[in-house]
Design a protein around this ligand. Structure first.
Ligand code: SF4
Length: 365
């Protein structure tokens, strides 16, 4: 017999029981620890005599197969069917406007040596990019408009060449009816708010990691100074201009307990009334140098976040932005496992590209 490599086994509240999930088959069960042992044993020896009913059940739920190739057949079928789900997805393009950054966040996934690279994308590179985007979009034959995400380094830096580059990109997005999203640390948001308000941006993501005393330990300038007051001012100015600001809160063990305090601060500042969105995102280890590009949010962090959301009502407007949380939310809300995700992200679906300021093209950041 072959044990599915997709079996996920968690401790249940009662220590004699386990929860088993198989995201590929969509099965979910409570098994006692003896049943788990028997199931695992079936991979090495024939247990079908004594436990034939149980093993039949495990096969039906696709926790075990006769051969490894049987599971591959199931994956192939899902892959074929899921093509229909992403064939019409829009082309997603990340543009690295510059590698410079005005912050030196303690957990940044980019190497800070990168952030000293002076230079901003040149007008002729922007023109070439938009020609390439148009060709790539035609090749995909999608009916949806491409989504352009401005990224860096930090895309919103002070200075004429930076501002002109942002303006040119936004003009071309407007001319071509492309959707635009902007990822910024928010330090210069007040400086850019007048320009940004001339365009129809889908969202402007700004990061705040907690109340000032916490944020200023993590999101710092090169001289160690905190960035909270600049970002808070930027959010005020942007919201007053009707811009669609979304706060991202990067959490780890160092700031998780301060999330309720941040929630109170957001309410006190009146940002919620101006329709700000807030998402909590666990800090991950991956970056350009990591071997794996997969979420590694620990079950403990997720558990703390879910507990915090139930214990602190004022955090109810904050969503948890990680695949694992969404997975469990789906189970709780719908009582079923989500449809298996055969492609992990837009890059593996073939509908995402990253373009840097030199005109280089990558599948992903
Ligand atoms: S603002 Fe973003 S790119 Fe800049 S140091 Fe912080 S995490 Fe890194």
């Amino acid at each position: 017999m072959y044990l599915s490599k997709y079996n996920l086994i968690f401790n249940a509240a009662d220590q004699n029981w386990r929860v088993i999930l198989n995201p590929l088959s969509g099965a979910m069960d409570f098994f006692d620890i003896r049943a788990i042992e028997v199931m695992n044993l079936s991979a090495d020896r024939d247990v079908s005599g004594e436990y034939s009913d149980f093993i039949r059940y495990c096969r039906k739920r696709k926790y075990v197969y006769e051969h490894a190739s049987d599971e591959q057949t199931v994956i192939n079928e899902y892959e074929e069917n899921s093509k229909l789900l992403y064939i019409n997805e829009p082309l997603r393009v990340e543009i690295y406007v510059t590698f410079l950054c005005n912050l030196r966040c303690t957990y940044c996934f980019q190497n800070h040596n990168f952030h000293r690279n002076r230079g901003v994308i040149k007008p002729e590179v922007i023109d070439s990019m938009f020609r390439a985007i148009s060709i790539l979009n035609e090749m995909r034959n999608s009916k949806q408009a491409p989504i352009i995400k401005l990224f860096g380094g930090e895309p919103l830096l002070k200075g004429r060449s930076h501002r002109e580059a942002i303006k040119k990109i936004l003009d071309l997005c407007k001319k071509n009816d492309y959707r635009v999203k902007l990822i910024t640390n928010g330090v210069q948001l007040a400086y850019y708010a007048d320009l940004l308000s001339k365009y129809d941006l889908e969202f402007i993501q700004v990061t705040l990691d907690g109340p000032q005393k916490v944020h200023d330990q993590r999101r710092i300038f090169a001289n160690g100074r905190g960035s909270f007051e600049f970002i808070a001012e930027g959010i005020d100015v942007a919201l007053n201009r009707g811009l669609p600001v979304a706060i991202r809160v990067n959490v780890d063990e160092d700031n998780i307990e301060f999330i309720p305090e941040l929630a109170r601060l957001i309410i006190q500042k009146g940002w919620l009334d101006k329709r700000i969105a807030v998402g909590i995102s666990p800090v991950d280890e991956f970056g350009p140098e990591s071997e794996w590009c997969i979420e590694q949010v620990g079950v403990n962090t997720l558990k703390k976040l879910l507990e915090m959301k139930t214990q602190h009502e004022q955090t109810s407007f904050m969503s948890i932005c990680c695949r694992l949380a969404k997975y469990f939310e789906h189970i709780v809300e719908k009582g079923t496992l989500p449809f298996p995700k055969i492609k992990y992200c837009s890059a593996t679906m073939g509908n995402q590209i990253s373009l840097d300021l030199m005109g280089n093209m990558f599948a992903c950041c």
